[in-house]
Design a protein around this ligand. Structure first.
Ligand code: PMP
Length: 330
């Protein structure tokens, strides 16, 4: 018999898939590391496992404990999977702008979800930040992973994602590209690849227009999970050789092409990272191997990026290239 004892054992060891048509005309090899193959469907399973195990070792999380985190998405799913296996309770705090679908996913995994009003100042006692802090201090045995400050976040990538990329490319990787949210992925993978290659691997961060990493002020953008309006402790400023700024429109155009042309139904931050990777690849040579990390799958974005009306509402379908639909023809 060949089987896994539990789904947590399936975390990591995600495949590399070559990008074909979206990288047409490019001499370099462009490889996508497809993180939706993790059991919770995203790269965040890796940090969830690592943060929980480190908290157990440090005695911060004990039998019967509760994990409290402000999260509405991928980190919550990862934490919920790990918590189930280990018998912890999960309470996630999210702002009311988060879609009902995303909250339902967390509840489906057995987590409790506390919804806070978006339209209040951060110092308001009802704010997302204050509610999660209060729950973490009031619930007995509560522990807050805090992915924006937890060193186990970049460390999980230094110890798993980075070595996987090096081994899967037989040490031939020349460029690593990833979107930057907490910065855990780029800081951990980037540090590992720089160390193991003696500084030869170039590390490129992809960032939405408006975010601080590419010199913005935090002005709003629509791509989810990446970019910040502050500098998190998990981001190591010494790692990136370059930050490529990508617009929402380009991110979403490429995201849709990944689904239609490469059979990769992935999220908007994946299109953003691939856009940056293609920019790098255009300047690269035939011996270069560019690895771009795709953080999650596209099912959570069906009513947005993959919905023509939503795309048109924001003007993202306005400029050519789209084939006429049956409705247009009729
Ligand atoms: N894409 C998505 C969809 C995410 O949820 C995240 C995590 N916030 C990222 C990209 C960025 O990863 P990191 O936090 O490791 O920088």
């Amino acid at each position: 018999m060949r089987y896994y004892d539990n789904v947590v054992d399936l975390i990591g060891n995600t495949p590399l898939v070559r990008l074909r048509t979206v990288a047409a005309g490019i001499d370099a090899t462009v490889l996508a590391k497809v993180e939706y193959f993790n059991p919770g469907g995203s790269v965040k399973d890796r940090i969830a496992l690592r943060m929980v195990e480190a908290a157990e070792k440090a005695g911060l999380l004990q039998a019967g404990g509760t994990i409290v985190e402000p999260t509405s998405g991928n980190t919550g799913v990862g934490l919920a999977l790990v918590a189930q296996l280990k018998g912890y309770r999960c309470v996630f705090v999210c702002p009311d702008k988060v879609s009902e679908d995303k909250r339902d996913v967390l509840r489906a995994y057995g987590a409790e979800v506390v919804v806070c009003p978006t339209a209040v100042a951060p110092e308001d006692p009802r704010s997302y930040y204050n509610v999660s802090d209060r729950l973490a201090s009031e619930i007995p045995g509560a522990w807050k992973p805090n992915q924006y400050a937890n060193k186990e976040n970049p460390r999980s990538h230094y110890e798993t994602t980075g070595p996987e990329v090096w081994e899967q490319t037989a040490g031939r990787v020349t460029h690593f590209v990833a979107g930057v949210g907490t910065g855990g992925t780029i800081s951990g993978v980037g540090r590992y690849l720089k160390e193991v290659s003696g500084g030869a691997v170039k590390v490129i961060g992809a960032d939405p227009e408006g975010s601080v990493y590419s010199g913005g002020t935090g002005r709003p953008y629509l791509v989810e999970g990446v970019g910040e309006d502050f500098w998190p402790e998990t981001y190591d400023r010494d790692i990136c050789d370059e930050i490529v700024e990508v617009s929402d429109k380009t991110s979403f155009d490429i995201t849709r092409r990944l689904a239609r042309e490469e059979g990769l139904l992935v999220g908007g931050s994946c299109g953003m990272a691939v856009a940056a990777a293609l920019e790098v690849a255009h300047r690269a040579g035939p011996d270069d191997v560019i690895v771009v990390l795709l953080p999650d799958g596209g099912r959570g974005y069906l009513s947005k990026i993959f919905n023509d009306e939503w795309m048109a509402r924001y003007g993202f379908l306005a400029t050519g290239g789209e084939e006429p639909t049956v409705r247009d023809v009729l």
